[in-house]
Design a protein around this ligand. Structure first.
Ligand code: SF4
Ligand code: SF4
Ligand code: FES
Length: 293
C-alpha cells in the first residue's frame, strides 16, 4: 500500500492503515520460544556467626511460573530454599531495599526484568559488609547520608506545623531529578572512589542529597552546608567517572548533581536567590485563609 491514499477531496491524506497489523500485508513471524528455565548462580553466606565460608549456589527456576521481575525469581528461589535471605518491601522501586548485583550490574530487583540469558549471577551489592546472603550492612551508607543534614534548615520560621513555606514553580523544578532518589545505594556501591575512600568520601547518593538541600530555595543553611563539604575528600574525591549515573535504577544523574555541587562549594557559582519569599504565605496570612484556621 502506498504511503498516501487519494481521497475524493483534492488533498492527499496519510494512509493510516499502512502500519495497522490487521490491514498490513506483511506476515507476522511468531516469536521464537525461549526456554523458560534459567539458572541462577546465587551468592550464599550464612552470617559471621556460622563460621562458614561464602559460596555460590545454583538454582534452576522456571520463569514461566513466576512474575517477570528478578525479585519474583528470588521469591521463587526462597520457596525452594527458605534460608535464602534478601531485603524487599514495596516491590515497585520506591523503598530502595532490594538492591542487588545482577550479572555484574547493580539494580533494584523488583523493577528489573529477568534477563533472557540462560545463566545469571546474583550477588550482594559490591564493597559492602555482607550480613547474610544478599543482605548488606547499610550503617555506613546511612551515616554518610545523615551527615549532610537531609532536612530543611530555617533561621526564620513560624510556628511549626501551622504554615507552609512558599516556593515558585521554577525554583521547585531545580529539585527535579534529585528528590526522587530512593537511597538504594546502587550508585554508591558502583563508584570506585567510594570503594577506595568510603570512609572519607561521601559517595554519590549522599552528595546528590546534599545538592538537593543546598539548591532548595527555602533552605537557609547554604553557607554551612557548603563549608562542611569543603575538604579534599567529602565531595572532591568524585572524579566524574559516571558509574553512579550509569547504574542508578531510577534514571537519576548523581554525577551531574555532584558537578554542580562542586561549583557551589568552590565558590565558582552562587546559589540564586529565591524567586519568592518563602515566608510570603505566613506574612500575607494566605495559608490561614486557605486552611481555615
Ligand atoms: S561520577 Fe563521582 S560519584 Fe559517580 S561514580 Fe564517578 S567518582 Fe563516583
Ligand atoms: S541516586 Fe539512584 S542509585 Fe543512587 S541511591 Fe538514589 S536512587 Fe539509588
Ligand atoms: S522492593 Fe522496594 S525498591 Fe524493590
Amino acid at each position: 500500500m502506498s504511503r498516501y491514499m487519494v481521497s475524493n477531496s483534492r488533498f492527499l491524506v496519510p494512509n493510516i492503515f499502512d502500519n495497522c497489523r490487521f490491514f498490513s500485508e506483511k506476515k507476522i513471524t511468531p516469536q521464537k520460544q525461549i526456554d523458560p528455565r534459567r539458572v541462577f548462580k546465587v551468592y550464599r553466606f550464612p552470617g559471621i556467626l556460622a563460621n562458614e565460608k561464602p559460596k555460590v549456589e545454583t538454582f534452576e527456576v522456571d520463569v514461566s511460573t513466576c512474575g517477570k521481575m528478578v525479585l519474583d525469581a528470588m521469591i521463587k528461589i526462597k520457596d525452594m530454599d527458605p534460608t535464602f535471605t534478601f531485603r524487599r518491601s514495596c516491590r515497585e522501586g520506591i523503598c530502595g531495599s532490594c538492591a542487588v548485583n545482577l550479572q555484574g550490574r547493580n539494580c533494584l530487583a523488583c523493577i528489573t526484568q529477568i534477563p533472557q540469558s540462560k545463566t545469571m549471577s546474583l550477588y550482594p551489592i559490591p564493597h559492602m559488609y555482607v550480613i547474610r546472603d544478599l543482605v548488606v550492612d547499610m550503617t555506613h551508607f546511612f551515616k554518610g547520608y545523615a551527615s549532610i543534614r537531609p532536612y530543611l534548615v530555617r533561621k526564620t520560621q513560624g510556628p511549626l506545623g501551622q504554615q507552609q513555606y512558599a516556593q515558585s514553580v521554577k525554583d521547585s523544578l531545580k529539585m527535579n531529578g534529585l528528590y526522587e532518589c530512593v537511597l538504594c545505594s546502587c550508585c554508591a556501591t558502583a563508584c570506585p572512589s567510594y570503594w577506595w575512600n568510603g570512609r572519607r568520601f561521601l559517595g554519590p547518593a549522599s552528595l546528590l542529597h546534599a545538592y538537593r538541600w543546598v539548591i532548595d530555595s527555602r533552605d537557609e543553611d547554604t553557607e554551612q552546608r557548603l563549608k562542611d563539604l569543603r575538604d579534599d575528600f567529602k565531595a572532591f574525591r568524585c572524579h566524574t567517572i559516571m558509574n553512579c549515573s550509569l547504574d542508578c535504577p531510577k534514571g537519576l544523574h548523581p554525577a551531574q548533581a555532584i558537578a554542580k555541587l562542586k561549583l557551589l562549594i568552590s565558590g565558582m557559582e552562587k546559589k540564586p536567590s529565591p524567586e519568592i519569599d518563602p515566608m510570603k504565605l505566613a506574612s500575607s496570612g494566605d495559608w490561614k485563609k486557605k486552611c481555615g484556621c
